[in-house]
Design a protein around this ligand. Structure first.
Ligand code: IPE
Ligand code: IPE
Ligand code: MG
Length: 249
């Protein structure tokens, strides 16, 4: 866990600190659509536009790591037509925006279990990662088919295999060893996680990594997200006192 939680901003000096790693739970697409008398899938379409606004904010404010929750390991419980609509939107998003990512030096990684994904989805993931692999600006993590408990379970299993094969001994298993087996290996923990739509829960997002994250929950549905909301949240984060178990010093 990093004790260097946040960065002093040169881009936006009005904020004392900005998060180095920002996690975002993009929630409320369906309710937004319903509130407009539209089908839920229209909400997902509008949600992609909001995601574009979020990435633009992250680039503008020079956030180093942005991890977005796009599809959870539990979201397969949704009706097939909604799942297909979300997967189709993701594929189109990657296909149409990948050159923009490269132009803005944005590196894309997909975090989540790969087993069981269809060939076209795996190809899309491979394309997004390989085409942006050289980018050194914003590190954009897309949590897809992602579950925090699943991630920790997979890490524990990998460590058990390392013990069994004699690569390490049980005494070598410490917090750093576990962190290195997670999808976020080598990355700092999120300093701030925010969630739209008024729901106040993690829904299995970054369970290990969120140990000392700050949280902001706001009422607007995800498709309503814009730069003003981003600035409001950064102001809120900037005013937080983080102690990491210590005392103010
Ligand atoms: C978030 O919006 C998008 C995904 C989970 C894929 P929802 O689809 O969860 O919208 P609500 O929460 O039902 O309104
Ligand atoms: C969490 O939202 C997953 C994503 C935002 C992708 P959900 O809408 O699936 O979460 P719950 O079911 O309300 O907890
Ligand atoms: Mg939801």
């Amino acid at each position: 866990m990093s004790n260097e939680p946040a960065i002093v901003s040169s881009v936006a000096p009005e904020f004392a600190v900005l998060p180095q790693h920002l996690g975002v739970i993009m929630d409320g697409n369906g309710r937004w659509a319903t509130s407009q008398g539209k089908p839920r899938n229209e909400g997902h379409r509008a949600g992609v536009e909001a995601l574009r606004r979020l990435v633009a904010c992250a680039v503008e404010f020079e956030i180093e790591y942005l991890t977005i929750f796009s599809f959870s390991s539990e979201n397969w419980a949704r009706p097939a037509d909604e799942i297909n609509a979300i997967l189709g939107l993701m594929k189109r998003f990657v296909a149409s925006d990948i050159s923009k990512f490269v132009a803005h030096n944005v590196r894309v990684r997909i975090l989540g279990r790969r087993e069981g994904l269809s060939k076209p989805i795996l190809q899309m993931i491979e394309q997004a990662e390989s085409r942006t692999a050289h980018c050194t600006g914003l590190q954009l993590n897309v949590a897809f088919n992602y579950g925090g408990r699943q991630e920790i379970t997979d890490a524990v299993r990998a460590l058990a295999q390392d013990v069994q094969s004699g690569k390490i001994s049980p005494e070598d298993i410490d917090e750093a060893a576990i962190a290195e087996k997670l999808y976020t290996a080598q990355m700092p923990d999120p300093d701030l996680i925010f969630r739209s739509s008024g729901e106040v829960r993690l829904s299995n997002f970054l369970l290990w990594q969120a140990a000392y994250a700050e949280f902001v929950f706001f009422d607007e549905f995800w498709p309503e997200f814009n730069r003003d909301i981003f600035v409001r949240i950064m102001e809120e984060f900037s005013g937080r006192k983080r102690r990491f178990g210590g005392v103010d010093g």
